[in-house]
Design a protein. Structure first.
Length: 243
């Protein structure tokens, strides 16, 4: 899959172009990620959504499935989003980047590609938000993107680390402001009651369970045909972008 990356490939609009960015390890991508993508496409009226699987994980080290497999599975998960009003694609920018995979470098690159006026939103689940303070240069993200978070109903902001909680309090906005401005705000959606963590799913697969109920069909077939996750790896944090 490819995605538009220059002004020449995008339609002329009377409003900012709306890009959603779904980054993560995707080890493996599952139905929760597909639901997350569909939710944000609909609620933010996105023109485009790009999935960006991480390359070398500076937080997880070698305890991660090879990038080639994760990229292939992410393409299959993106295809499972189905027909939408948004263009949906997968980018190799982090997989092909030499060295550690930092989100701040990714959003800077995307801002250069999409220009200063585009509304760019980094999309995440609550598991990523809880670890946001560990990301390299996380406070600088707001210079380039909005942060849009899908949590379970009843999510308690008090569980966030102090700096993240303070930033959210100052930047919280409604979706209309997200759609109409380039960056700098946060939006919280509490309607998606889906577990977005891959940790338990990997353990289930390692035990020999197929877990097809949690995986898009194409991803389930890829895992089975390539023999992935049969041997349990050491404990690792929930699936998230590596900061």
């Amino acid at each position: 899959m490819t995605h538009p990356n220059s002004a020449l490939q995008r339609p002329a609009l009377q409003r900012p172009y709306r890009l959603g960015i779904l980054g993560g390890t995707f080890d493996p991508p599952h139905r929760g990620h597909v639901a997350l993508a569909q939710l944000f496409i609909e609620h933010l009226g996105l023109d485009e959504l790009v999935w960006i699987p991480t390359g070398q994980s500076w937080q997880k080290g070698d305890d991660v499935t090879p990038a080639a497999d994760r990229f292939a599975m992410t393409e299959l998960a993106a295809a499972a989003v189905g027909e939408t009003a948004a263009a949906v694609g997968v980018s190799r920018m982090e997989v092909d980047r030499a060295g550690p995979s930092y989100t701040i470098d990714t959003v800077r690159q995307l801002r250069e590609q999409y220009g200063p006026e585009a509304s760019m939103s980094w999309l995440m689940g609550a598991d990523q938000l809880l670890r946001l303070h560990t990301w390299h240069g996380w406070e600088d993200l707001f210079e380039h993107v909005h942060l849009c978070v899908a949590t379970r109903p009843g999510f308690d902001l008090a569980t966030l680390e102090g700096p993240v909680r303070a930033s959210m309090g100052a930047r919280l906005a409604d979706r209309h402001l997200i759609q109409s401005t380039p960056s700098g705000h946060m939006w919280l959606d509490q309607t998606l009651a889906v577990d977005l963590s891959s940790t338990g799913l990997r353990a289930r697969l390692a035990s020999g369970d197929t877990a097809d109920d949690q995986l898009p069909d194409g991803v389930a077939h890829y895992i089975a045909s390539h023999g992935l996750y049969h041997k349990a790896r050491s404990d690792s944090p929930p699936n998230s972008n590596q900061g």
